[in-house]
Design a protein around this ligand. Sequence first.
Ligand code: FAD
Ligand code: DLZ
Ligand code: SF4
Length: 512
Amino acid sequence: IRHLIFILGDQLSPNLASLRDADPAQDVILMCEVMAEATYVRHHKLKIAFIFSAMRHFAEELRQQGFTVRYRRLDDEGNKGSFREELRAAVTELSPDCVIVTEPGEWRVLEDMKGWWQLLGLPVDIRADDRFLCSHKEFRDWASGRKELTMEFFYREMRRKTGLLMEGDHPAGGRWNYDAENRKPASPDLLRPKHKSYKPDALSQEVIALVEERFGDHIGRLDRFGFAVTRAQAETVLESFIRDFLPQFGETQDAMLVGDPFLNHSLISFYINIGFLDPLAVCRAAEEEYRACRAPLNAVEGFIRQIIGWREYVRGVYWLKMPGYTELNFLEAKRPLPGFFWTGETDMKCLSTVIDETIDHAYAHHIQRLMITGNFALLAGIDPFQVHEWYLEVYADAYEWVEAPNVIGMTQFADGGILGSKPYAASGNYISKMSDYCQHCRYDVKKKVGEGACPFNALYWDFLDRNGEKLSGNRRLAQPYATWRRMSDEQRGTYRKSAQGFLKKLEAGEKV
Ligand code: FAD
Ligand code: DLZ
Ligand code: SF4
């Protein structure tokens, strides 16, 4: 054997760097389901089932192309349980000249990988993952010497680099960003098209049974499994999004509705992150809709910004700041994660809705992750590392490189402002404006303190007060701090008392 090519569970792309010069006549491909990856955090059942099924389907495709694939199922006899031990066993059996891998998405795996050549006594060629638009070096160069890593400026570089939505040197329509048009609430719409989903085929059913047996105590349920598990299916999900949802994507991007967990979102993060969909091809397909006048600019620009802007940017920040980024705790928040994050059992309708949907689908859309669960954890002073682990476990699209900057940086401000210039903290008023959750809630969003008042209201002011030393100098928080200072002592006192009463109940594990 010439090369042993080791492909990880989120590297299921035919044009992967490590597959590019592969030769079915001389090379063998290794893929393995291992306990270490399935349990380094206790992933949602749907997440494990999705990844295993996608891996098995991808291995089948490679075999159809003539490759020899050494595929190790989790329940194969003698499964070694970890990447390094499975690799070692394969090398002993096959005696390849060298091992080829594509760099992993997570720092912890790269650290391990760097020691593989010593472990094996063989050359290990670790190739750059060029499925991303921006290389590590390019991001480092962009970041070096900048006081603030502003996403918007990075995004403009990516627009120029790709030519997406550009008219020569200028952004299409004359502006780079149309977010101002993308903050509308939504109303229930029974005519909204259905998002594409797939009944589990025989391979998926086998995997679902395996996951139920081995990971039965992990969060989530498996009876709603509807993921695309092949590249062709993922392409169909994308096509259906582009046709049925993209034109409205912008307007309802920040909206939330009871009973409508997906709205006009694309549901493609699962597939981009494991390699079934290519980010640039996705953006070109969206751009084409704008050029053909089938979708408005605000929708297409907003969508493309999430992918070539945010997605690339958070990956850049992750690799720039690791190791250590996941342990940051700028606000010194220490409260444990409340139990209802695992069950959805809370009277706060916004939180119960998002957590129930997360349990059912291993999915929540961006504004739910940011302004409901994320915002609550921030205001309640929950330990950011516990918040980080929760997000990494419960979402089927979660890998540390994308999850950690969003959680540690964007929602918890635990990095002290590397990623965002101010914390995304909001009171009930924001949630009431952007959703219909409050209409179905036991709490009164208009009531500020006392029995039956929306907990977000007092928590918001208490958060600012508690963190005054660290945050009051932030220019972007000048207005809320000025309002806080203008309040009477008595008013401030009632906010503090109300928040502290709530937090005490939370810590005591009482139902809130
Ligand atoms: P759409 O709303 O349709 O957006 C299109 C695409 O843009 C997404 O598929 C995704 O690839 C990309 N995108 C959008 N926002 C972001 C962002 N902030 N960062 C990176 N990519 C983005 N995304 C993940 O892929 N994995 C995660 O683990 C993850 N954790 C998050 C945790 C928090 C606290 C927050 C606030 C956001 C997180 N995101 C994560 C980003 C975003 O919420 C998801 O990408 C999105 O909800 C996926 O659903 P969708 O495909 O329907 O997205
Ligand atoms: C997330 C995940 C899980 C649950 N299981 C596996 C697995 O058994 N085998 C595998 O190759 N990959 C798995 N993955 C994805 C890896 O965790 C991912 O490749 C690394 O975190 C690097 O991003
Ligand atoms: Fe959430 Fe408060 Fe609205 Fe209830 S009233 S749904 S707790 S924001």
